[in-house]
Design a binder for this molecule. Structure first.
Ligand SMILES: Nc1nc2c(ncn2[C@@H]2O[C@H](COP(=O)(O)OP(=O)(O)OP(=O)(O)O)[C@@H](O)[C@H]2O)c(=O)[nH]1
Ligand SMILES: [Mg+2]
Length: 461
C-alpha cells in the first residue's frame, strides 16, 4: 500500500485566515522539514524534543529566499494522529505562503497526500478502527450539537464497543460449535443447543437495538429534507425567513414571487432541517413560473417532511385541495397562516381532508405559532427518543447494511436450530454474521471499500 512514504498536504481550508497548516507525516517527515526550516535555536530538528513547538523560518534552500515565518511542531511516533512522525508547519494563513511551503516539502521528498490519507494511516496503523475513522469526517461535517455529540461518541469508540460485544457473543458460540465438531470425543464443556439459540437471539436483539437508531441517525447526520409548499402568496417565503431569522427569500404581495428553489439549513431543536422554499403551485402560462412549479413538485416528491401552508384569509381553492391530496402518506404539518386577518378558510374541511396530520394556526407576520411549529417538528421525528443520553447511533448506511445482513444470517441460523439440523449447518451463517459485523470496525473490510471510504474525506485530514 506504499505506507512507507512520507505524505504532505495543506490541512486548513484554502483561503485567507489566521494560520494555514501544512502537515507532513511519515518516517522522513523531520528530515524533510529540516531541509527548509531554520529555527532560532541552531539545532537540527532531529535534536529537538517531541511534541514541541518551534519558532523559525521556512527558507528555500536553493534560492535562499525566505518563504514565511512559521511555528513548526514536531510530534514523533507513536503518539501522533497517524502513529507516524508528524511535522506541522503553521504558516501565516494565506493561499500563497501555505502553497509555497507545501511545494517545498514535496520537492524535498514528500508525496501529496490523498484525501483522508492521514486518517487512513491512523486506521492502518491501528490507532483507531474504521468506524472511528468515519466519525472523524462526521465530526467535521456535523451540522448541529447533536450531530457533533453522536460523532464524538463514535470517535471515542461508542459504536465499536457495542459492535465488538455482539461479535464476542458470536465468537464464543462459534468456538463451542467448532470444538464439538472437531473433537467430539473430548470432554468439551457442553453448550446446549438451547443455550446456543439463546445467545444468537440475544445477538439479534442487540443488532435490532442499533438498527432502531438508524432513522434518527440518518436525519442527524444528513438533515431532514423539508419542503415548504402551497399555492402562491400564502406566506411560504415569509415562513422560511421567519425560521431562518433573516430576509433570505424575496417576499411581496404579488402571487408568483418565488420562482426558483431556495435551500437553506436550519437547526430546529437540534435537528438539522434542509429546508426548501418553493414556487407557489398553480396552473400558469408563464414559462419561468411553470418551470418553478415543476421543480416544486420534484422537491416535494423527495421530501421527508412537508410544511403545507394555507391562507386563513382566503377560501379554499382548487390548488389548495390539489396540494392537500398530493400529500398522501407523507409526513406533513398543515399550517394555516395569516390568522391575524379575518378568517375565510373553512377549517373543518381542512381538518377532514388531512386526517390525523397536525394542523397549526400561525401568523408569520405577528410571529405567532412559530415555536409550536418547531415543537411539532421535533415531536414528529423523535418522539422523545433523543432525550436518551445514549449517543450511540447508526448514522452510516454502510454500518446499517452490515447489521442488516448479519441479522439475516443469524435469523437463518435460528431457523436451522429450530429445524433440528446438525450444528455444523449453522456455523457458516454465524461466521458470515461475525464477518459482516466486523466490516463496521474494519476488521474484515476489503481494500476497495476502504479506498471508497477515505476518498470522501477532505484533503489534509
Ligand atoms: N397579514 C399577513 N400577511 C402575511 C403573513 N405572512 C405573509 N404575509 C404576506 O403575504 C404576502 C405573500 O408572502 P410570501 O411569503 O411572498 O408568499 P409566498 O407563499 O412565498 O408566495 P409565492 O412566492 O408567490 O408563492 C406578502 O405580502 C407577505 O407580507 C401573515 O401571517 N399575515
Ligand atoms: Mg415565495
Amino acid at each position: 500500500m506504499g505506507e512507507d512514504d512520507t505524505i504532505a498536504a495543506i490541512s486548513t481550508p484554502l483561503g485567507e485566515g489566521g494560520i494555514g497548516i501544512v502537515r507532513v507525516s511519515g518516517k522522513d517527515a523531520l528530515q524533510i522539514a529540516d531541509k527548509i526550516f531554520v529555527g532560532s535555536r541552531k539545532k537540527s530538528l532531529e535534536e529537538l524534543p517531541s511534541h514541541s513547538l518551534n519558532y523559525g523560518r521556512i527558507i528555500d534552500p536553493d534560492s535562499g529566499q525566505v518563504i514565511d515565518e512559521v511555528l513548526l511542531s514536531i510530534m514523533r511516533a507513536p503518539r501522533t494522529y497517524t502513529r507516524e512522525d508528524i511535522v506541522e508547519i503553521n504558516c501565516h494563513g494565506g493561499i500563497v505562503p501555505t502553497k509555497r511551503v507545501l511545494e517545498l516539502v514535496l520537492e524535498k521528498g514528500a508525496r501529496l497526500a490523498e484525501p483522508g490519507e492521514f486518517t487512513k494511516r491512523a486506521f492502518l496503523n491501528g490507532r483507531i478502527d474504521l468506524s472511528q475513522a468515519e466519525a472523524v469526517m462526521d465530526l467535521i461535517r456535523a451540522q448541529t450539537d447533536m450531530g457533533l455529540a453522536v460523532a464524538v461518541n463514535q470517535l471515542e469508540g461508542g459504536l465499536s464497543k457495542r459492535v465488538n460485544s455482539i461479535r464476542d457473543i458470536l465468537l464464543e458460540v462459534l468456538a463451542h460449535i467448532e470444538a464439538s465438531i472437531d473433537f467430539p470425543e473430548e470432554d468439551i464443556e457442553e453448550m446446549s443447543i438451547e443455550e446456543i439459540k439463546t445467545r444468537i437471539v440475544n445477538a439479534v436483539k442487540e443488532i435490532d437495538k442499533l438498527l432502531d437508531t438508524a432513522n434518527t441517525g440518518k436525519i442527524i447526520k444528513e438533515g431532514l429534507k423539508t419542503v415548504i409548499i402551497g399555492k402562491p402568496n400564502v406566506g411560504k417565503s415569509s415562513l422560511l425567513n421567519a425560521l431562518l431569522q433573516e430576509k433570505r427569500a424575496i417576499v411581496t404581495d404579488i402571487p408568483g414571487t418565488t420562482r426558483d428553489i431556495i435551500e437553506e439549513v436550519i437547526n430546529i431543536k437540534g435537528i438539522p432541517l434542509k429546508i426548501v422554499d418553493t414556487a407557489g403551485i398553480r396552473e400558469t402560462e408563464d414559462i419561468v413560473e411553470k418551470i418553478g412549479v415543476e421543480r416544486s413538485r420534484e422537491f416535494f416528491a423527495k421530501a421527508d417532511l412537508v410544511l403545507l401552508v394555507l391562507d386563513a384569509a382566503d377560501e379554499l381553492t382548487k390548488e389548495d385541495i390539489m396540494i392537500m391530496e398530493l400529500i398522501g402518506e407523507k409526513k406533513a404539518i398543515i399550517l394555516i397562516n395569516k390568522t391575524d386577518l379575518p378568517q375565510k378558510l373553512d377549517e373543518e374541511r381542512v381538518m377532514n381532508m388531512v386526517g390525523d396530520k397536525p394542523v397549526l394556526k400561525i401568523s408569520v407576520k405577528e410571529n405567532l405559532g412559530i415555536e409550536d411549529l418547531k415543537d411539532t417538528i421535533a415531536q414528529i421525528f423523535f418522539k422523545g427518543e433523543l432525550k436518551s443520553r445514549d449517543n450511540t447511533m447508526i448514522t452510516n448506511i454502510r454500518h446499517r447494511d452490515a447489521l442488516k445482513k448479519a441479522k439475516e444470517n443469524l435469523v437463518d441460523a435460528i431457523k436451522t436450530i429450530d429445524a433440528g439440523m446438525p450444528l455444523d449447518c449453522m456455523s457458516i451463517d454465524i461466521k458470515e454474521a461475525w464477518n459482516r459485523i466486523g466490516e463496521i470496525t474494519g476488521e474484515t473490510v476489503k481494500e476497495d471499500i476502504l479506498n471508497e471510504i477515505f476518498r470522501r474525506f477532505c484533503i489534509g485530514k
